[in-house]
Design a protein around this ligand. Structure first.
Ligand code: BG6
Length: 487
């Protein structure tokens, strides 16, 4: 049982997709595992006209169909229900907050968490109404879901609006990739083992690859996605956060600002991609119809709600360079896309070749070492090293072998990213949340590319759904004499 303080957790947008698919299951699991104090309450707020009983019925139905393991327990759910309230209000109307105020005053808790799982355009309005309805306590925190804006300017506007009512230390900007156990394991791998520390630099590492591939398409999110595209939806946040964890300097502590200071330095050291580099170092793609998981699937433009004129990218590949001493000359290749061959997220650290081969046939038979960190769907860490083929071969024959560094094969259920992050908000621990300057620095870098694409009219390249993206993304890395890692 956790010693967390009792708190009221208010989910704005409580009927939305994220709340039903991620937030409510995460809160249920935290409750089931004893991480939520008994007096804590969860108040889902949304426009849909439901009462608490109907909302609980809806949640139960979703849990029963969506939980893949046996973690749905009827008795636990009966208890969980007693903590849950639903309130149907128009979030844009100040008067509507009176209902929320009533529930909160019935049994006031000292800690209050406002989770804004709504369109970002509502963030400012909700904060204002909370303030004017005197619902912000000195201990109140606000959680902001991405996307925070769609460029630097719009993110500054949203951040300014929220900052009028909450101080920076009370603002928790979520990037759910940071809540994944496997992503946090990057910190453990790098900073609790001496083994890799001395070789984690340009002297020993040739290049790094970060791939986040999805096999799903739009999943009915056209109206959101078409305005954002893969660059804003994935690269500006999730991929940059992975890049930061892999390349940042060791922070002096695991506390919020130490880690975030180091990540910020990396983002600020990313070289701008502009001018003719745009066409050499970036690729935009858009999926056409194809076959995914053995089923015929429509192309992006034929998706529900689609618009045949859209040139929104569903795939991005980028060669990023970090201009600092540690990473001088070490490119980081980023790649993400929807409707790709398979769903996987992976970081590959490619080490340099040995400087001179003493083995027959020159150096051709010596593959460089690789550290492959697979983040999902399964978690694994493998080190590829050269080894002698056993036996009495003439000369010395070598082969690459995989050292499996996994130690957690039979680990219990791995908590979902949102469980981890929600618990950190309850515990008031900001380490895994993005600070304003970090988000804005990421927009500065991403905006340069987005603006360049627009100015230079860089069009998307089509790729067949169920493949590895456009051929141009292979050319991007091959121009540098390298290739994407394929297991
Ligand atoms: C979200 C994006 O942030 O991350 C989605 O908006 C994407 O488009 C999702 O599908 C991927 O998350 P995960 O955890 O499934 O890799």
């Amino acid at each position: 049982m956790d010693s967390n303080k009792a708190c009221d957790i208010i989910i704005f947008g409580g009927h939305g997709d994220l709340a039903l698919r991620k937030l409510m299951p995460a809160l249920y699991h935290l409750f089931q595992d004893g991480h939520l104090c008994k007096e804590s309450r969860i108040i889902a707020v949304s426009r849909e006209k439901l009462d608490t009983a109907q909302y609980c019925g809806l949640i139960a139905e979703k849990f029963q169909t969506n939980f893949k393991d046996d973690s749905f327990d009827v008795d636990v759910f009966e208890n969980f229900k007693t903590k849950l309230f639903y309130l149907s209000i128009d979030l844009t109307s100040k008067d509507a907050y009176a209902g929320l105020s009533e529930i909160l005053k019935e049994c006031p808790q000292n800690e209050r968490i406002n989770y804004l799982s709504t369109a970002p355009s509502l963030f400012g309005t909700i904060c204002k109404h909370l303030y004017e309805s005197e619902l912000i306590l000195p201990t109140s925190r606000v959680v902001l879901e991405k996307p925070i804006g769609n460029d630097l300017q719009s993110s500054q506007i949203i951040n300014n609006q929220v900052a009028e009512y909450f101080k920076e230390s009370a603002i928790f900007r979520i990037d759910h990739y940071l809540g994944k156990d496997t992503v946090q394991n990057i910190l453990a791998l790098r900073f609790s083992n001496m083994l890799f520390a001395p070789i984690w630099n340009a002297q020993y590492i040739d290049h790094i690859q970060i791939t986040v591939a999805e096999s799903v398409g739009l999943e009915g999110r056209w109206s959101y996605y078409n305005d954002y595209g893969a660059m804003r939806d994935m690269v500006q946040n999730h991929l940059l956060q992975l890049l930061c964890l892999i390349t940042m300097e060791p922070p002096s502590t695991l506390k919020g600002d130490s880690v975030r200071d180091e990540k910020l330095k990396v983002i600020r050291s990313l070289r701008c991609i502009e001018g003719e580099d745009l066409r050499l170092k970036t690729v935009r793609g858009q999926y056409a119809s194809g076959v995914s998981n053995k089923e015929a699937v429509p192309g992006y433009l034929e998706e529900d709600g689609g618009n045949v004129n859209s040139d929104t990218e569903t795939f991005v590949a980028i060669r990023a360079d970090i201009d600092n001493w540690r990473w001088n000359g070490v490119p980081v290749y980023l790649r993400t896309g929807k409707r790709m061959r398979q769903r996987y997220s992976e970081v590959v650290i490619n080490f340099k070749d040995v400087p001179h081969s003493i083995f027959p046939k020159g150096g051709e038979c010596i593959d460089s070492n690789k550290l492959v960190i697979r983040l999902q769907p399964e978690e694994s860490i493998s080190l590829f090293i050269m080894n002698k083929v056993p036996g009495l071969n003439e000369g010395m024959r070598l082969e690459q072998v995989e050292l499996d560094l996994n130690i957690q094969k039979d680990a219990p259920r791995s908590p979902d990213a949102y469980e981890h992050l929600l618990l950190d908000v309850v515990r008031n621990n900001p380490t895994l949340f993005m600070r304003r300057d970090e988000v804005e620095a990421a927009w500065v870098w991403a905006d340069k590319i987005l603006d360049g694409w627009k100015e230079q009219k860089v069009k998307t390249k089509p790729y067949t759904a169920g493949t590895d993206g456009p051929a141009a993304s292979i050319a991007l890395i091959e121009r540098d004499g390298r290739s994407w890692y394929e297991k």
